[in-house]
Design a protein around this ligand. Structure first.
Ligand code: CA
Length: 262
């Protein structure tokens, strides 16, 4: 990773230096050269999104990662984190499990169902196995239990950055969903079937955690941003069943839905 240094190249021959006039131009040139060098040799500063509601912890992490050469953005609740994750381009995310407004695991599921492959490390204060499994099932790559050692977190984020880009295709038993073309294939559906954006987002939310039973509210958060009527989930389950067969989604009475098994 390039270290940012002062420009020492001097001015063209014959130019009388006037610091006040030249400084902004030299600074802009220096910034451009630093960035271009990074892009050219593949070492542009990695971008990191930290979603953490403990302000003291997020400020400390932001400082540590900035010192390590990362470009850091911070969000302090689940909804803000989801919005940034959907609209920004990040090389990795650190996501707290327990967040206001929207739970960390729901944020992971929502990002994955929209095809966002950014590698995610979930921070959890709870060491229970079920909490870790939830995070990984929802599509996170790694987790770390609080309290943690900062060098371990740094090492794990470096490991996430070395991963090859996540695949845009989800595969569960005889079912395959390409989240870019929104095409479903595999022996469970026979011929390829094209889905609408919302149908694909709903199916993806179910496929990233095929064993999980979702409430309507969780599926609404994961696949229907900006919609607040849970009935829309039932409507789109109906559309999916019409296109892909009744068994594609299983109703779990009293709770909600899960992906249907073969
Ligand atoms: Ca928290």
């Amino acid at each position: 990773m390039p270290t940012k240094r002062r420009w020492r190249g001097g001015l063209p021959n014959g130019v009388n230096p006037c610091r006040r006039c030249w400084q902004p131009i030299l600074q802009a040139f220096e910034d451009f050269a630093w960035h271009a060098r990074g892009v050219a040799d593949g070492t542009a500063a990695p971008t990191l999104l930290i979603v953490e509601d403990d302000r003291a912890l997020s400020a400390m992490l932001a400082e540590v990662f900035t010192d390590e050469g990362y470009q850091v953005d911070v969000a302090c609740d689940g909804q803000q984190g989801l919005h940034r994750g959907l609209t920004g381009r990040y090389d990795a995310m650190i996501l707290d499990r327990g967040l206001p407004v929207m739970d960390g695991v729901e944020v992971v599921a929502a990002l994955r169902s929209r095809g966002i492959p950014t590698p995610i490390l979930v921070l959890t204060a709870r060491g229970a196995i079920a909490d870790r499994v939830d995070g990984l099932d929802a599509g996170a790559e790694d987790y770390l239990v609080k309290p943690f050692e900062v060098p371990e977190l740094l090492a794990r984020i470096r490991a996430l950055l070395r991963r090859p880009d996540a695949d845009s295709t989800l595969r569960v038993d005889g079912l395959c969903l390409d989240r870019v073309t929104r095409t479903v294939s595999g022996h469970r559906v026979g011929a390829d079937v094209e889905l609408s954006e919302r149908e694909a987002a709903l199916l993806a939310a179910l496929m990233v955690a095929p064993a999980r039973v979702f409430t309507r509210g969780q599926l609404l958060n994961a696949a229907f941003e900006g919609v607040d009527t849970p009935g829309v989930v039932d409507t789109y389950v109906h559309y999916l069943r019409r296109k892909l067969g009744r068994g594609i989604v299983r109703t779990v009475h009293g709770t909600g839905y899960r992906l249907g098994s073969e």
